[in-house]
Design a protein around this ligand. Structure first.
Ligand SMILES: Nc1nc2c(ncn2[C@@H]2O[C@H](COP(=O)(O)OP(=O)(O)O)[C@@H](O)[C@H]2O)c(=O)[nH]1
Ligand SMILES: [Mg+2]
Length: 362
């Protein structure tokens, strides 16, 4: 399954540029607000050094990486939640994604207009967050009205719901994103169903110029830390141009190193986003494919199997688990089998990041 990310940020923050850098998909980039009228959807294969190593042992097989889906959501302005700019269309798009990539302009360029005239990281973030919070307030209040009616008839569940919604509304009114609250295990399914925008994980993207980190990107890092979000620094324009000029991954890596960047924006984004979402990767070597899969951290073997096929959950017998490092050292599965280094794991086994697994089903 692809993890999905929605790019939000003020007009001209560099969302489409970052989208291009991530997907190399060539979405239209223009120095005008609202050039992204229709949301653009892109899919990027996740570069994965461990998958490459595993694949090297099975060169005859096809390498199938995991993917991420990125949605370039049309720009929002102040009062978008009240229908300004592209208004509600923008907000509806965000509902569908798993996590938010909040692009913040940290590059100086007098030729590129800023909707508020000058650069101010904290204010810019505040405007976008304010719109998301306003939309959440609207959703929660509508929901509360319905529950309150039922609560007045003595409906216990509805009364609990009203109390829960009041807690969320109090946070929103205080300007706190819902992701900063704590929830008990029995509240989580209801929260998931409500899916308020500010309950989603946020990864800030500091879009910096060719010169790299600056006082602006450092200010953004501090704000991200305050609000329980992740952040990465990306030279959006540089990486987008590199992606276009240089479709070969190895060549691109060499150029990035010249700029002092060890890894591409995509790799840094995926690493940080998987950490934020508590997602891990395991591998399979089955039939003609060597393949990577993502699952929530803590998943048991049958649930990991279900990422591949539902039958693997329902008809789970056991999982044969190998460590990638063991495989790389011995060079073959047979050698591991002969030396008893394949772990036969049952239903209760918690899959570990980097496991190589054969599922055996009835
Ligand atoms: N100088 C400079 N320009 C940039 C940078 N990132 C984006 N831009 C330019 O800013 C303008 C707006 O970028 P775009 O990605 O379309 O912003 P969006 O409105 O958020 O989608 C485009 O002309 C980009 O080429 C950067 O790091 N440096
Ligand atoms: Mg755009």
């Amino acid at each position: 399954m692809s993890r999905s990310f929605g790019l939000v940020g003020l007009p001209n923050a560099g969302k489409s540029t970052i989208f291009n850098a991530l997907t190399l998909a060539g979405a239209k980039v223009e120095p005008y607000p609202f050039c992204t009228i229709e949301p653009h959807h892109g899919v990027a294969a996740v570069p994965d050094a461990r998958l490459n190593q595993l694949h090297a042992l099975f060169p005859g097989k096809k390498k199938v990486p995991t993917t991420i889906e990125v949605v370039d959501i049309a720009g929002l302005v102040e009062r978008a939640s009240q229908g300004e700019g592209l208004g509600n269309q923008f907000l509806a798009e965000i509902r569908g994604v798993e996590a938010i990539l909040h692009v913040v302009r940290c590059f100086q360029d007098p030729d590129i207009a800023h909707p508020m005239g000058d650069l101010d990281v904290r204010r810019d973030i505040g405007v976008v967050d304010g719109e998301l919070l306003a939309k959440d307030r609207e959703t929660l209040e509508r929901r509360r009205e319905r529950s309150a009616k039922a609560a007045r008839t003595g409906d216990k569940a509805a009364q609990e719901e009203v109390a829960f919604l009041d807690r969320l509304l109090a946070a929103v009114d205080a300007g706190a994103p819902i992701r900063t609250l704590h929830f008990s295990a029995h509240e989580l399914p209801y929260l998931r169903e409500l899916a308020p925008l500010t309950s989603k994980s946020v990864l800030f993207v500091a879009n910096v110029g060719d010169e790299g980190e600056s006082a602006l990107s450092r200010a953004l890092a501090a704000i991200a830390q305050e609000s329980g979000a992740g952040w990465i620094v990306v030279r959006g324009k540089l990486e987008a141009e590199l992606g276009e000029a240089c479709p070969d991954e190895g060549e691109r890596q060499a150029f990035l190193r010249e700029y002092g960047l060890a890894e591409s924006a995509l790799v840094r984004l995926v690493t940080e986003a998987y950490r934020l979402l508590s997602v891990i990767t395991f591998y399979t070597v089955e039939g003609p494919e060597v393949r990577a899969w993502t699952i929530p951290a803590g998943a048991k073997a049958p649930d990991a199997g279900a990422a591949i096929h539902n039958d693997f959950r329902d008809r789970f017998v056991l999982a044969e688990v190998m460590h990638l490092s063991d495989l790389l050292v011995t060079g073959s599965e047979r050698a591991l089998r002969e030396t008893g280094r394949i772990h036969r794991a049952g239903r209760d086994y918690t899959v570990q990041d980097g496991d190589v697994i054969h599922f055996i089903s009835a």
